[in-house]
Design a binder for this molecule. Structure first.
Ligand code: PEP
Ligand code: MG
Length: 561
């Protein structure tokens, strides 16, 4: 997968997995280091303790204030993550534990470290959802200690000039609220094409490359050129050549910016170009692009921090926001894809050794049918309220029987049912599944994971989870063909649809809609408008004859330019 090479000019080029197209040239910044704790500090005298307690209170308040401020500037899921972390920074339980130690004579830095350790041990012992707060609590502790010792706050620094953020990996609190005018590209050592880093970069519309071996050796301040289309990071390139590359990528982006939809090839074959969203805010942002509708509303992302099942009314209000944002347009709502990397506190997940192969997606409904029923009722209520009836689809369908059960339930709520094709078994039996549902939507992220038997979160396996893998493309082609045979729509809503070249190949397979992050919509639409359906079909035939992802890309480029 990742590699490093040296150009004729002696410049080092690191290679990773390209996830968001675009080119940026800027100095490297890195997340701040965690502060070192001086455990040797002496105990405080009685008279020093009140001042030390006040210093601690001020430091915790400053950290919480900064996080709240960032939450105020962010939107959607980012604002929620930051607000939750700010709340934890002011949580009475751990603040009291630190204050108690200071009152007993422990210096504030050590008191913070010990209080954090105490709660980390407690959360870890409770396990489950509490254990997930451990990272947040440690992060808060590091920030408060940095404040106490006068070091820059750990996490992503606010750069003074446009910079490229390089890191081993990025946590949600690191990336939430980044300013795309100042952080102009992301590059990480870990992460795959569907990792958190990739999703945030797409939302921000900045180039991103992940799974780059050797990235950790590049010191902060080094000028680098990140090419999110090729998947390269060039270390200290010749300046004028780097500026030329940025300028030419900008020209391509400007051409894409001129594209206003609707999606079609240059000879008029219509393919709907849609957006993937996770809440009302994202839907309203997507509405500002030429996206013709929503091809995937990931409802589970609305409830990642919700402890108990939201009521039908609460759910309906959230879904209605998305339906309203795209009033009169197509919206495809996916029922809760809880489990694996997206556990929900109220879904009652069993303890599993292998959650990606466990009770996730539609499988949750077997043990907890009420959850699905309530959600379908809420979607139907939102449809009624907004006058915009959405399509609904179930995630992780593996059999025709599962598809039939879901379709019956959805129809009983007056909804138009479809299913996601993410499991190879479902792609192979797409014709039989189509006997029960009105449409299919191919989730190439999971389809690649399950076809290639490779964890989609693994950086080491990123070359295997590449959607250009011919085995994955064969299953997509087979599914599209099954849809065409009975005249039912087959869309793609995985990250594959965000790659303009691959979008043309998918069109050649007969896919009827492409749904991607809002930031990818124009690039996909503009590319599609430059090629004919015959070219798309020729590229589709060519990739099916290849034996590797690299060969498939090369074959498609030869036809599509
Ligand atoms: C997919 O698997 O391709 C998909 C769209 O679903 P998610 O990424 O939410 O698992
Ligand atoms: Mg999926």
């Amino acid at each position: 997968m990742s590699a490093s090479s040296v150009t004729d000019a002696g410049t080092r080029v690191l290679t990773g997995v390209p996830v968001v197209p675009g080119v940026a040239y800027a100095p490297v910044i890195r997340p701040g280091l965690k502060p070192e704790i001086d455990l040797g500090a002496a105990a405080l005298g009685d008279e020093e303790r009140p001042a030390e307690a006040a210093r601690f209170t001020a430091a915790a308040a400053a950290v919480a204030g900064r996080l709240r401020e960032r939450a105020g500037r962010a939107t959607g899921a980012a604002a929620e993550v930051l607000a939750t972390t700010a709340g934890l920074a002011q949580d009475r339980a751990w603040l009291s534990a630190a204050e108690k130690r200071i009152a007993e004579g422990t210096p504030a830095v050590r008191a913070v470290a010990a209080a954090v350790d105490q709660f980390v041990a407690m959360f870890t012992q409770i396990g489950g959802m509490m254990a997930e707060r451990v990272t947040d609590l440690r992060d808060i502790g590091d920030r408060v200690i940095a404040e106490l010792v006068g070091l820059p706050e750990p996490g992503v620094p606010q750069p003074e000039v446009p910079s490229i953020l390089c890191a081993e990996d990025l946590a949600p609190a690191d990336t939430a609220g980044l300013d795309p005018a100042l952080v102009v590209a992301l590059a990480t050592t870990l992460g795959g094409p569907t990792s958190h880093t990739a999703i945030i970069a797409r939302q921000l519309g900045i180039p991103c490359v992940v799974a780059i071996a050797g990235l950790d050796d590049i010191p902060a301040g080094t000028m680098v050129l990140v090419d999110g289309t090729r998947g390269t990071v060039t270390v200290a390139p010749e300046e004028s050549a780097a500026q030329d590359e940025v300028a030419s990528a900008r020209r391509a982006a400007a051409a894409a910016a001129g594209w206003a939809g609707p999606g079609a090839t240059s000879d008029g074959h219509a393919v709907a170009v849609l957006a993937n969203v996770q809440d009302g805010a994202a839907a309203r942002a997507a509405r500002q692009t030429p996206a013709e509708g929503v091809g995937l509303f990931r409802t589970e992302l609305c409830f990642l921090n919700t402890d108990t099942e939201p009521t039908v009314d609460q759910q309906a209000a959230i879904y209605a926001e998305v339906l309203e944002a795209f009033a009169g347009r197509k919206v495809v709502v996916r029922t809760l894809d809880a489990g694996s990397d997206k556990p929900l506190k109220f879904a009652g997940h069993p303890d599993e050794a292998n959650p990606a192969l466990g009770v996730r997606g539609i499988r949750i409904a077997t043990g907890n049918p009420a959850l699905l029923d309530h959600q379908l009722a809420a979607i139907a209520a939102a449809a009624q309220r907004t006058g915009n009836p959405p399509w609904v689809m179930a995630p992780m369908i593996a059999t025709a029987d599962e598809a039939k059960d879901f379709a019956d339930k959805a129809r009983s709520h007056g909804l138009t049912p479809g299913v996601m094709i993410e499991v190879p078994a479902a792609a192979l039996l797409a014709d039989r599944i189509l006997e029960h549902v009105d449409f299919l939507s191919i989730g190439t992220n999971d389809l690649a994971q399950y076809t290639m038997a490779a964890d989609r979160m693994s950086a080491d396996l990123a070359a295997l989870t590449d959607p250009w893998q011919p085995a994955v493309l064969s299953l997509v082609a087979m599914t599209a063909k099954a849809g065409a045979a009975v005249g039912k729509p087959v869309g793609v809503c995985g990250e594959a649809a965000a790659d303009p070249l691959l979008a043309c190949v998918l069109t050649g397979f007969g896919v009827t809609s492409l749904s991607a992050a809002a930031a990818a919509v124009q690039g996909v639409g503009a590319k599609l408008a430059q090629v004919t359906l015959a070219q798309c079909r020729a590229a589709a035939d060519a990739v099916l004859g290849t034996a590797s992802a690299t060969q498939a890309r090369t074959a498609a480029r030869a036809v599509l330019g």
